[in-house]
Design a protein around this ligand. Structure first.
Ligand SMILES: [Zn+2]
Ligand SMILES: [Zn+2]
Ligand SMILES: [Zn+2]
Length: 363
């Protein structure tokens, strides 16, 4: 999200009257610092079983690329680790280890072999957390205060206030994101007894600062440095060009600009695929809802119409992707929903998308 950053930046370098740079701390910004629940670390619920419990592994020394190491050499690190059923490379920095049981994955995080080999192990956020966005939260409330006042039927593990940079200052916005533990979002939260709707958070499209292409970060980029101003092979800081040339579309704008038609198209595609992934996840993770609650949920659907809702598969139903792919009605509804989303200017939340999808399905 352009113009937004999180509240982590409480210290800023400013020039004093004497012209020397000094660091200042803004006390008002402190309360908007991302808040994480005391003592929280990501864990799989200990009672979950029959799954693929993934742990990511990186070297603490950023220069050592675990993903580029010889896998046979890496194997000996984990000789004594119990319950590992698969290992795979994620990228040059990262490998993943899958466990069959949650408790074994959790135990691995505390394993001594990590310390011995200077490794960092963590559960990927997408396995155990969901991020929701809440709008119209009074700007003067700090994150810790919000954490203490929010009531909801899920465990809240983190709060972030969206901030805007204006003339070098960070200004709080009225939107916050909440990280909930679990694999689904609550429909709403209560703050001081007021009900606020929870929307799905769609992370911004990743653009590499080094090569300016999309969906990867500079940390793992193997391409040459490209200038965001002139698209030659140097840093934008060293650029002396008078004219702008975008490396992605050759247009007259910065390669990071939202005016870039290629970037705009990628943002749209990113949002659609993210929304689609959320719908798929919901199919797998949500238990079948009683029909009455689905009808309540899809408030805009004509209530006189008798909606024939499909059975929502759950994990225990041996859910199979071909069940959806071979179902013409479901597939047509998905395609119709995607086309509607592609033609729509506004950003859609999960509940909007679900509403459109269920409406298409019931037609
Ligand atoms: Zn790159
Ligand atoms: Zn340049
Ligand atoms: Zn462009």
């Amino acid at each position: 999200m352009q113009g937004e950053s999180d509240g982590d930046e409480e210290e800023r370098s400013v020039k004093s009257i004497s012209g020397k740079k000094r660091k200042i701390t803004t006390p008002t910004i402190d309360k908007y610092k991302t808040y994480t629940k005391n003592g929280y670390t990501r864990q799989y619920p200990d009672n979950s079983s029959n799954g693929d419990f993934v742990v990511y592994l990186e070297h603490l020394d950023r220069e050592i690329k675990l993903g580029n190491m010889n896998p046979l050499n890496l194997s000996k690190y984990f000789k004594n680790i119990k319950g590992v059923h698969e290992r795979a490379r994620i990228n040059s920095n990262k490998i993943k280890i899958s466990f069959k049981q949650a408790a074994l994955a959790n135990d691995f995080l505390k394993s001594r072999c990590l310390l011995e080999h200077n490794l960092r192990a963590y559960i990927p956020a997408s396995s155990v957390e969901r991020v929701g966005v809440i709008r119209y939260i009074p700007k003067e409330i700090g994150n810790k205060e919000l954490f203490e006042k929010i009531c909801c039927d899920r465990d809240v593990v983190g709060i972030r206030r969206f901030m805007k940079r204006e003339k070098g200052n960070l200004i709080p916005l009225s939107t916050i994101s909440i990280t909930f533990s679990g694999t689904s979002l609550p429909e709403y939260i209560l703050l001081d007894g007021w009900r606020y709707k929870v929307h799905t958070y769609i992370p911004p499209l990743l653009q590499c600062f080094k090569c300016l292409k999309f969906n990867h970060s500079a940390k793992i980029c193997r391409s040459e440095q490209v200038c965001s101003k002139c698209s030659e092979n140097h840093s934008y800081k060293d650029c002396s060009s008078e004219t702008l040339k975008c490396t992605n579309c050759s247009g007259n704008h910065l390669a990071i600009s939202k005016d870039c038609p290629i970037k705009a198209a990628r943002i749209l595609k990113h949002r659609q695929s993210y929304a689609m992934a959320t719908i798929n996840k919901d199919f797998v993770n949500f238990p079948a809802l009683p029909k009455s609650s689905i009808q309540k949920y899809t408030g805009k659907v004509d209530s006189n119409k008798n909606i024939e809702l499909p059975h929502v598969p759950t994990k225990t139903d041996n859910f199979n992707i071909s069940d959806i792919v071979n179902n013409t009605k479901v597939m047509n509804s998905i395609i119709k929903t995607l086309v509607a989303l592609g033609n729509s200017e506004s950003i859609k939340t999960t509940s909007h998308i679900k509403e459109i999808f269920i409406k298409n399905l019931s037609e």
